[in-house]
Design a protein around this ligand. Structure first.
Ligand SMILES: NC(=O)c1ccc[n+]([C@@H]2O[C@H](COP(=O)([O-])OP(=O)(O)OC[C@H]3O[C@@H](n4cnc5c(N)ncnc54)[C@H](OP(=O)(O)O)[C@@H]3O)[C@@H](O)[C@H]2O)c1
Length: 324
């Protein structure tokens, strides 16, 4: 892959897509070689438009970081949007890529593809071994279809057309470009927003839902972008050694989890909040632990670099640019 090779980053304005763009530019790819389209310019659910885009631009590589993404409330309220739009985006992009000679493509999935009660840490082999979390099942089913789409094209056309389509399953991500919406954000951006507001108003305490004991894993988004580029560019023989044709997805995590109490402490410190942190144990905790088994990507030669405290500091700087 030369610095001038055309690469399409679908979803380049999202948190992950923008980090992939940053990574590719940092690696020396020419800005003009990176193809990007906003949702308004190219609706990836529109099959004809996607086909026309690929026929005109014929990228060499494709990162699919566009998706209909949301929290529990949005997933529960709009299940058909989450299922249909994610299925369509993936199907349209993979098929148009194949028809227009794209040899290398990477789909971003999610840890929600795994069964609700999968043994921890969750290995790639847990896929399709049990019942999914009902609140985001339609989304998870679409993401599983994305993995199987890549595998099916590889199995049918890999040898004859030299295609190699891959997928990565990130753990919880945070960092620049995160969503800080009051009702619809993930735990780290929600804590940053709350501690920032508490500091500004000199609030004596911040109360966090649950006991604070559940443990979760968090990966800084620039590490995710680095892992995506790493997996995309792994030589085929190396990738094949660590995967099988019908279990080809790769978990991406940092390998360590923290309790919500530890996380709250770390965010409070980052923001400079000096009040008390309380826990409301009458509120639900969710699963006691959610950690990905990232030994496959570690064995391939990639490990996360950004420590939580450093990542939180960078995330908070990004928050301040928008919310100061
Ligand atoms: N964030 C996490 O913690 C996390 C964790 C695990 C996995 N992931 C996965 O990583 C991927 C990217 O997530 P993210 O956090 O970067 O999401 P994001 O910030 O919401 O970005 C998603 C992007 O997709 C675009 N998009 C949505 N529908 C589109 C359509 N029909 N046509 C064209 N573009 C469309 C959005 O554009 P508009 O905003 O203009 O609609 C947006 O730029 C997703 O597959 C997600 O499942 C994320």
């Amino acid at each position: 892959m030369s610095p001038a090779s055309k690469i399409f980053i679908a979803g380049h304005r999202g948190m992950v897509g923008s980090a992939i763009v940053r990574k590719l530019l940092a690696m020396g790819h020419a800005p003009a070689s990176l193809l990007t389209r906003t949702h308004a310019e190219l609706d990836l659910c529109n099959q004809a438009a996607v086909q026309a885009f690929f026929a005109e631009h014929r990228p060499e590589q494709v990162y699919l970081a566009a998706a209909k993404v949301g929290g529990i409330h949005a997933n529960n309220t709009y299940p058909s949007d989450f299922n249909y739009q994610n299925l369509m985006m993936q199907a349209n992009v993979v098929e148009a890529a194949f028809r227009n000679g794209v040899k290398k493509l990477l789909i971003l999935g999610s840890s929600c593809i795994y069964p609700r009660l999968a043994p921890q840490p969750v290995a790639e082999s847990a896929l399709l071994t049990g019942t999914l979390e009902p609140t985001n099942e339609p989304y998870a089913i679409a993401k599983i279809a994305g993995i199987k789409l890549c595998e099916s094209y590889n199995r049918q056309y890999g040898a004859s057309h030299g295609i190699d389509y891959r997928s990565v399953m990130p753990t919880n991500l945070y960092g620049p470009g995160d969503n800080y919406h009051p009702e619809n954000s993930h735990v780290i951006p929600a804590l940053i927003r709350r501690f920032h507001a508490a500091k500004a108003s000199n609030a004596p305490q911040v109360t966090i839902w649950g006991t604070g004991t559940p443990k979760r894993e968090f990966l800084y988004v620039d590490d995710m972008a680095e892992a995506s580029v790493f997996v995309m560019n792994l030589p085929q023989a190396v990738y094949a050694q660590h995967t099988t044709p019908m279990q080809s997805h790769i978990n991406v995590g940092c390998g360590q989890d923290v309790s919500i109490a530890e996380l709250a402490q770390a965010v409070g410190q980052t923001v400079g909040y000096s009040g008390k942190i309380d826990f409301d144990a009458t509120k639900p905790d969710g699963a006691p632990r959610k950690l990905m088994d990232s030994s496959r990507i570690n064995a391939l030669g990639w490990t996360a670099k950004v420590q939580l405290q450093q990542g939180l500091a960078q995330a908070y700087q990004d928050f301040l640019k928008i919310h100061a």
